[in-house]
Design a protein around this ligand. Structure first.
Ligand code: FAD
Ligand code: NAI
Length: 469
């Protein structure tokens, strides 16, 4: 035809949504082209998101655990941090292994990767412009848009390399003496946790009245308490009024009842106030794909846009902006294109903040039930009564289950504590399987484990709990 390449399926963007869709479509026998502007596959999640942040959070946890072991009579000297080695470990042994693996998997499946910025030129063609200006046109029968999102900029912030987004923070240029985190959401608190452990004095400013708005307050309290002890300050209901980049540091003034009266000087500032979708940068209008004011693309349960042969998945289709949501949607889109009668049917999408302690929740929250006037029952098991939590000296946790008042089925779960993200999986399965408190209470959990706290919470609800430790 008139194209450099003609294919059955083109995927725009190679993040968790894009690579999963491309691989699934190829496995189902489709000829697939995957377009990515960067030289490595994996998108935000693998390169500058989920994976490098978890590597650094692991290092942070080792440091803080070593510090706290002194309470049990074992002391280590202050850690010596070699930033070059830490950066190399993150880049080569963690991120590089995964992105290299993806490249091999694409090759194995015969997925053609085209590097460059892709833009729709019509409803059946994307033009890909490489860094050297060379344009490759790709004609397609079906397209899957997986172009993801980018960090929201702080309005009016000066252009200065000391004012960073999450990518800058993960680059670990240095360990600032004072770091200000603007936005007390998941990115801000995860990266704040990393820099605190590495030795920075961390301050967080959040304009809402609580950290991680959207999560139940009883789950946030233990996290906030611990952060208040470790961090320099947590300023809630506080606005950033002005940011000035000066030679001696970034001068920031605040507004609000709890705000410091004087402008504060920081060595670096992390802006983590949310992410916005990339819908406006892909030439969607040339394909007739509708993009809303904010850059989101609306899809139906089969991940189809308003143009029936073009699909969209991942961050670009809306909240929650999470990797596991993107991969799940990716499989749906690829399978629908291959003719399978499937749709997005998951009941719940789990959320995890990999802070210390971790906070994890899925399904109905108490806050949501209250707001919507839904009657629920709940049971919350305090980790202070868990033998395992005591033996690892981390009793600040809690495991909460939310039940449907009539059917007694589990419809929500929230856990705060060490490894909450791993523990949540059982509750998510319970919700998807329609399990009730009885099912969870009658399932034998190994002792002593933190996973027992799910069984204990179910027994609390049933009134059958006997031994708490
Ligand atoms: P993305 O991963 O954003 O990938 C989109 C890709 O498309 C990019 O590679 C981009 O270069 C490419 N692209 C865009 N436009 C074009 C174009 N025109 N031409 C060519 N290529 C293009 N989620 C979790 O679930 N767990 C976590 O622990 C977690 N941690 C995170 C930590 C950080 C610091 C950040 C920033 C995010 C984190 N997330 C986490 C969110 C997660 O990264 C995203 O939800 C996920 O990456 C979305 O996947 P996606 O496929 O929709 O898009
Ligand atoms: P977020 O939406 O989670 O949090 C942003 C926070 O900034 C909110 O609390 C908001 O109230 C606050 N805020 C907004 N404007 C502000 C302002 N001007 N001043 C002060 N505070 C302000 O966004 P975040 O943390 O940037 O992360 C983006 C997304 O990335 C997350 O929502 C999530 O989808 C994804 N992510 C997921 C992770 C995980 O699953 N563990 C880790 C990191 C990111």
């Amino acid at each position: 035809g008139n194209n450099d390449i003609d294919t059955e399926v083109v995927v725009l963007g190679s993040g968790p949504g894009g690579y999963t869709a491309a691989f699934r479509a190829a496995d189902l026998g489709k000829k697939v082209v995957l377009i990515e502007r960067y030289s490595t596959l994996g998108g935000v999640c693998l390169n500058v998101g989920c994976i490098p942040s978890k590597a650094l959070l692991h290092t942070a946890k080792v440091i803080t655990e070593a510090e706290e072991t002194s309470h049990h009579g074992v002391s280590f000297s202050a850690p010596k941090v070699d930033l070059d080695t830490l950066r190399n470990w993150k880049a080569n042994d963690v991120v590089g292994k995964l992105t290299g693996g993806l490249a091999a998997m694409a090759k194995q499946r015969g997925v053609t990767v085209v590097q460059g910025v892709g833009k729709f030129t019509s409803s059946h063609q994307i033009a890909v412009t490489a860094a050297d200006g060379k344009v490759t046109t790709v004609g397609f029968q079906n397209a899957i848009i997986a172009a993801g999102s980018q960090a929201t900029k702080f309005p009016g912030a000066p252009d200065d390399e000391r004012i960073m987004d999450s990518t800058g923070a993960l680059a670990l240029a240095d360990i600032p003496k004072r770091l200000l985190v603007i936005g007390g959401g998941i990115i801000g608190l995860e990266m704040g946790t990393v820099y605190d452990a590495l030795g920075s004095k961390v301050s967080v400013v959040e304009f809402m009245d609580g950290l991680i708005p959207g999560c139940d307050r009883d789950l946030i309290r233990p996290l906030q308490k611990r952060m208040e002890k470790r961090f320099e300050s947590i300023m809630l209901s506080t606005k950033v009024a002005k940011i000035d980049a000066k030679k001696d540091g970034i001068h920031v003034s605040f507004e609000g009842e709890n705000a410091p009266k004087e402008a504060q000087v920081y060595d670096r500032v992390l802006v983590s106030i949310g992410r916005r979708p990339n819908g406006k940068n892909i030439g969607a209008e040339n394909a007739g794909v509708a993009v809303d004011d904010r850059g989101f693309i609306a899809v139906d349960k089969q991940m189809r846009t308003n143009v029936p042969h073009i699909f969209a998945i991942g961050d670009i289709v809306g909240q929650p902006m999470l990797a596991h949501k993107a991969t799940h949607e990716a499989k749906v889109a690829a399978e629908v294109i291959a003719g399978h009668k499937v749709e997005f049917q998951a009941l719940v999408i789990p959320s995890v903040a990999y802070t210390d302690p971790e906070v994890a929740w899925a399904g109905m929250t108490e806050t949501e039930a209250k707001a919507k006037g839904i009657e629920i029952e709940k049971a919350s098991f305090p980790w202070a009564a868990s033998g395992r939590a005591l033996s690892i000296a981390r009793t600040e946790g809690a495991t909460k289950l939310i039940f449907d008042k009539e059917t007694h089925r589990v419809i929500g779960a929230g856990i705060v504590g060490v490894n909450a993200g791993e523990l949540l999986a059982e509750a998510v399965l319970a919700i998807e399987m329609g399990a009730d408190a009885h099912d969870l209470g009658l399932t034998i959990h190994a002792h002593p484990t933190l996973s027992e706290t799910i069984c204990f919470a179910a027994e609390l609800k049933e009134g059958t709990i006997t031994d708490m430790l």
